[in-house]
Design a protein around this ligand. Structure first.
Ligand code: CP
Ligand code: NVA
Length: 305
């Protein structure tokens, strides 16, 4: 049976931990798995811009012996020029896997339903599972454990926040989302994360006071206030989110050995100040690098024959 990776929830705790071990081994030697996906092609469908996702999947599939095919926002126009069903039925005849970055999460779910080949979610409005895999791999490299840790995410209850909740729930990391009223995580995502968290005892919480929320945090995380597709709300959101900016004063309320994380791209002076993101406790470029290794492990698990 083919497998997809649409959500962190598609992997069990054991599968996530196995993927991290594999990713860490891949990180030690980029040539070691160079025959694993020999001759396989991964289509990369982008309906939004990208630096990290595009580069890491493109380089990653090549390091595993395969090829990538970049399909830009102008090329397919999913659901407009051609139905998701027809795109799935065409591509499955020519490529061995598809990564999609799009708007509606229903599009990746439909693609997974119709296509006989693995589908990987490269970001939807609902979630960003590959980001969370790289983030938790980074946390494990630095902290050496998951159980008992606290991650505080300050900002919009968005796609990145949802995937961090799902990963924390699976791995036993307490996740607190600090956000303005009206910008909470999706209630269904929150409920699913809390259900998953019963197995590990992780606490998944939402708070409105960022200074209280970061108390005892091992990891302080933020993301842009206006996500791709929300550009028209940028100015309005700046007013609403400014109390949630991650600055040194906020970091001083976290644990003394807390690290700072951000999925990038970042806007210095908005969601994070320059002194925080460029500090020695900021691990944003390690996170970015780990996109490559974590996604190689995901592709290996899904596509290896
Ligand atoms: N973090 C992330 O997904 O970056 P890109 O939007 O550049 O792919
Ligand atoms: N929440 C952001 C993440 C970018 C990687 C967005 O969707 O634009």
């Amino acid at each position: 049976m083919k497998r997809d990776f649409l959500s962190v929830r598609d992997f069990t705790k054991e599968e996530i931990l196995e993927a991290f071990e594999l990713a860490k081994d891949m990180k030690l030697d980029r040539f070691k798995y160079s025959e694993s996906l020999k001759g396989q092609t991964l289509a990369l469908i982008f309906e939004k811009p990208s630096l990290r996702t595009r580069t890491s999947f493109d380089v990653g599939i090549q390091q595993l012996g395969g090829f990538s095919l970049y399909l830009s926002p102008n090329e397919i126009s999913l659901g407009k020029r051609e139905s998701v069903y027809d795109v799935a039925k065409n591509l499955e005849r020519m490529v061995q896997g598809i990564m999609i970055r799009t708007f509606g999460h229903d599009i990746v779910e439909d693609m997974a339903k119709y296509a006989s080949i693995p589908i990987i979610n490269g970001l939807t409005d609902y979630s960003h599972p590959c980001q969370a895999m790289a983030d938790f791999m980074t946390i494990s490299e630095i902290k050496g454990k998951f159980e008992g840790l606290k991650l505080c995410y300050c900002g919009d209850g968005n796609n990145v926040a949802h995937s961090l909740m799902f990963a924390g729930a699976r791995l036993g990391v307490n996740v607190t989302i600090a956000c303005p009223q009206g910008y909470e995580p999706n209630p269904v995502a929150l409920q699913l994360a809390r259900e998953d968290a019963r197995a590990t005892g992780a606490k998944i919480e939402v708070e409105y006071d960022p200074f209280h929320a970061v108390k005892d945090a091992d990891v302080v995380y933020t993301d842009v206030w206006a996500s791709m597709g929300q550009e028209a709300e940028t100015e309005k959101r700046k007013q609403i989110f400014i109390p949630y900016q991650v600055n040194q004063k906020l970091m001083d309320n976290a644990k003394s050995d807390a690290i700072f994380m951000h999925c990038l791209p970042a806007h210095r002076g908005d969601e994070v100040t320059g002194d925080v993101i460029d500090s020695p406790y900021s691990v944003v470029f390690q996170e970015a690098e780990n996109r490559l290794h974590a996604q190689k492990a995901v592709m290996y698990k899904l596509m290896k024959k």
